[in-house]
Design a protein. Structure first.
Length: 110
RNA sequence: CCAGCUGGCCGGGCGGCCGCACCCGCGAAGCCGAAAGGCUGCGGGUGAGGAAAGUCCGGGCUCCAUGGAGACACGGUGCCGGUUAAUGGCCGGCGGGGGCGACCCCAGGGAAAGUGCCACAGAAAGCAAACCGCCAUGGUCUACCGUGGCAAGGGUGAAAGGGUGGGGUAAGAGCCCACCGCGCGACUGGCAACAGGAGCGGCACGGUAAACCCCACCGGGAGCAAGACCGAAUAGGGACGGUGCGAGGGGAAACCCUCGGGGGCUGUUUCCGGCCCACCGUCCGGGUAGGUUGCGUGAGGCGCAUGGCGACAUGCGCCCAAGAUGAAUGGCCGCCACGUUCUCGCUCCGCAAGGAGCGAGGGCCAUACAGAACCCGGCUUACAGGCCAGCUGGCAAU
RNA sequence: UCCCGCUUCGUCUAAUGGUAGGACAGCGCCCUUUGAAGGCGUGAAUCGUGGUUCGAGUCCAUGAGCGGGAA
């Protein structure tokens, strides 16, 4: 378990990461961009309005954030920016599966 | 006990581990900074709702517009009175409709200011008229036609110009009469809406204003992405100053020195000027990204008393209670309550099928609707489950 | 967070308050050796719930859904 990574907060930063590698999955889409500076990794979360109402969107983002904090932070490469786009299934899947899947995706193994 | 009506309230509890945001405190620990201070650290406190939702109304607040007032246009509201900062909300009353009842529902001003519309059907849809009819009379009096009288009956329609009964008549008709309905209405009660109503009128006035409209009242527009402040990088704007070409010399270079001559355009040439271009430097202003603020003491909450049928008002006391901005208030777990379902046992009712209650054990769910975004007052919509009070109808018992 | 607009057959579109029409697509039949084209026929809709009206796709109220604009 690594330190809790920095957050992406600005729209411009999110748009920049969109140019990077995209890893699609059943639970979420992960976008990765190497900033090239070798500093600590950063992560941002996107949950679109299509997924549900505000309660559902908040819960998806919080579960993803918790999974990153407790388990998957150490799987991030220094110098990378990650954007995790949560899908509807994040709401219902058991937390253990969510952590395993997220960790696998962040390491980039298929 | 069953069925129902109305009003109000709650909308999981306790605990463990790991986290988030803001605020307060502690530092002679570290880093950044000239400083103020900030970041990391430690401790403590606080941290979503009854609808935070929809954005349907009303305000506060901010900016813009506006000399004052009125008229017109446009939009909204629409029984009466009260309440409130204000409302289209709320309270009370009135009128109409529904329900055995508690109670519920209603945009509920004006159709006698005017205009429009009322499809199809029907003779006729708003000036009253007359298709089939009825009656009288005339014609070559069976059947048909003409003239005159009538509007009871038939038929159409959502709606056809009072209803029932009697008198009356050639046939009929408020033509006359009784009752009912309708219209006007002195007067009485009420602040008013409205209610009652002596008397008068043979009946005249169809519906539609959520059609135009008339009347009364209200309304300037936009919205915290309002507005205010600070302000990179890049590009561009303005002001000031300098340089610009050629030759020679020095120097590694930047550059310096000397001489000629001031880059381009222009006023006829010179003097003296003006304008433009490129580069460099300094300064200024607008302003993007970004940041700070607005940003929580408010028509605030709770309790008590008084006035009022009530909405509410007044007084006193206590309390300070979220503040994010790709957006904090979470993740995982344990126990319990409530709920639901299954099994077993006991009791009661029943011929039986089965039903009710109590106890034990197991499973499920561990909650529904839903997340503050400047702030309030309402309305509307969504919602698992539960609690309290009052009232109505029925059954039983006393 | 705020401000606008729109919802009619499967799709695209009409309809002064008076039987919801048309095109394409679908299905059936005819024509053809078969198919296409063509012709004939046929099913299919007013976003939901209330209200006004004799009568509502249209008017009013209130919800739902979809789309757009303001960083």
């Amino acid at each position: 378990m690594g330190p809790n990574p920095k957050r992406l907060l600005k729209r411009a930063e999110f748009l920049a990461v969109r140019r990077g590698e995209k890893r699609r999955g059943r639970l979420f889409l992960v976008e990765v961009l190497d900033r090239g500076d070798g500093l600590s990794p950063r992560v941002g979360y996107t949950v679109t309005k299509k997924v549900g109402n505000a309660v559902a969107r908040n819960r998806i983002r919080r579960r993803l954030r918790e999974a990153v904090r407790t388990h998957a932070a150490g799987d991030m490469e220094p110098g990378n920016d990650y954007v995790i786009v949560g899908r509807e299934d994040v709401l219902t899947i058991p937390f253990g599966q969510l952590k395993a899947e997220l960790s696998r995706r962040l390491r980039g193994t298929r």
